[in-house]
Design a protein around this ligand. Sequence first.
Ligand SMILES: [Zn+2]
Length: 701
Amino acid sequence: MKKLLILLVLLGMVAISCTNQVEKNGNPFLSEFDTPFQVPPFDLIDTTHFIPAFEAGVEQEKVQIEAIINNPEEPNFENTILAFDQTGEILRRASVFYSLNSANTNPTLQKIARELTPMMSAHSNWIGLNQDLFGKIKSVYDKRNDLGLNAEQLRVVEKYYRDFERNGAALPEEQREELKKINEELSMLSLEYGENLLAETNDFKLVIDNKEDLVGLPEGVISGAAETANQNEMEGKWVFTLQKPSWIPFITYSPKRELREKLYKAMYHRGNNDNDKDNKAVIARIVKLRDQRAKLLAYNNYAEYVIDNNMAKTPENVYNFLHQVWKPALAVAKKERDEMQKMIDTEGGNFKLESWDWWYYAEKLRKQKFDLDEEEIKPYLPLDNVREGIFFVANKLYGLTFEERTDIPVYHEEVKAYEVKEADGTHLSILYIDSYPRPGKRGGAWCGAMRSGAYENGEKIYPVVYIVTNFTRPTGDKPALLSWDETNTFFHEFGHALHNFFADGHYRRTSRDVPRDYVELPSQIMEHWAADPAVIKEYAKHYETGETMPDELIKKIENSGHFNQGFASVEYVAASLLDLDYHTTKATENIDVDKFEKEAMSEIGLIDEIIPRYRSTYFSHIFSGSSYSAGYYVYMWAEQLDSDAFNAFKESGDIYNQELAAKFRKYCLSENGMGDGMEQYLKFRGQEPSIDALLENRGLK
Ligand SMILES: [Zn+2]
């Protein structure tokens, strides 16, 4: 087996030197990285290396796959499945490009990205629709039970087979052609949907020329609006847009009810203005084509096709789950509504609360009830302390230690590198932390791997992991002080990092390869430790005095955690159900989108004062790109798991319970790609997750 792999690699290398002009020694991606822990040699990487590296990588993988196809031996696990699992090492190294393009891009990298997109999608189509390769994989799949394979190997075979099958590779040629046409039209429609939405979002402007209309808004928001006005050649005025940093503060803080209404309605009419940017016909066509696609692949509907691959297994299971949350959430939301109406009445408002009033009155109520001021919390959350708090939790749970390394190349001077070690001192991973915003870094926070943990020829390959965030920078002599939200985000992303550190499947397809409705369990569970009063006391220390956050402040954070959760849960579940309804509907011929949405929402009894988190014509999670179609539910599904899993620790009386931590690591983080999601969870917990923990967590019970 080893011999074959060496041969494959040699074949690949020969092909590269024939087809590529770039000298092997000059391009660091063409050979193994010669750095400590084989991290990417950022100091040697030049932007001119990327395209030749990807070209060489595609060529190498093609040669490797052709060698599998042309192998005259009978297909077996080693010469087909394992060989396929290991193809593409140059592409794996070159993929550091994508990490850089997100965290530290520039016009040159962006141009390269545009060049790479068609090249890489052609390559993945060549693999995914390759009948000869599928034939080899199928022949191993068909006799998989007679090959003496262990459970993990069986799972690898089945996973690869299913990838091809779900792509339509098992269909007769005529139907494969049909599927191809559907896919092409779907990708155009998805693009059109996104472009319409972008145009509709950018077109709207709320122009204010009377200073009095700015009452109640924070200073920073006002100056931002003045800046936007300047950019639009409206000096001396203020412009508010549908971009979140402009829209949210306005509807949260402005007491001007008519203006709130105007801005709010503009948001929820996007893509639904009966103009040339209208998305209703696009949605109807997408829904119809997805249904056809699912039926070609022998599923009853598109939701069945998607969820079959997930932990939830069937749309019915997802419906049942969401309805269990819906009922109590709606009851709590109604109470929240009544409380706000009372406030309006007390103030002599003389009007009925509407959806464009909710954010404003919720904020007023929050201040009144909890008296919690973000500025009061921040001095206790210097970034360095929060990071040490995270390392502390990882140490208490798993014995990990973290050592800063200054001898490792980084891609930006602000990036810090750490070596992560096991309790016994052995190497586990490299972790980069890249904390602050800068031009060239996209917004938000994320975690990824520049090299995934794996095995090659039986030898362990250690992961190289990164966390990228956009936290508030240090100012003057003040260190970076995090908000409560940012603190949670840091713990969350570190949870994804732990998943990367520990993933230990023997094959790429069984290492950290988990269904979409499982992915947020490792991350979201860390937020429970972040918010545990005993943990807060470990890391929340005042940056000037070193004083621990007072109990009274911790209590305020705890209490306000349940605030407005009726609303948050209702708008989320409503959108999730709408998503499922579209993808299970029998009425797929030219759906009347307005009518469909209205009926779906009235069927579940959504109240007028709340609209779904996303309405159909701007639900880009499910219609622009397909990554969350029939899958918007996944965040809450994972929340059921993380709430229940953390409860196991709490019930044991020790949030650092070693036995539970070891089980969680083994079954849920290390080996989770090796078995079905629920089976793995059961091995950790001994019972299916109960919905109660989630409901309690959100204050719905
Ligand atoms: Zn996440």
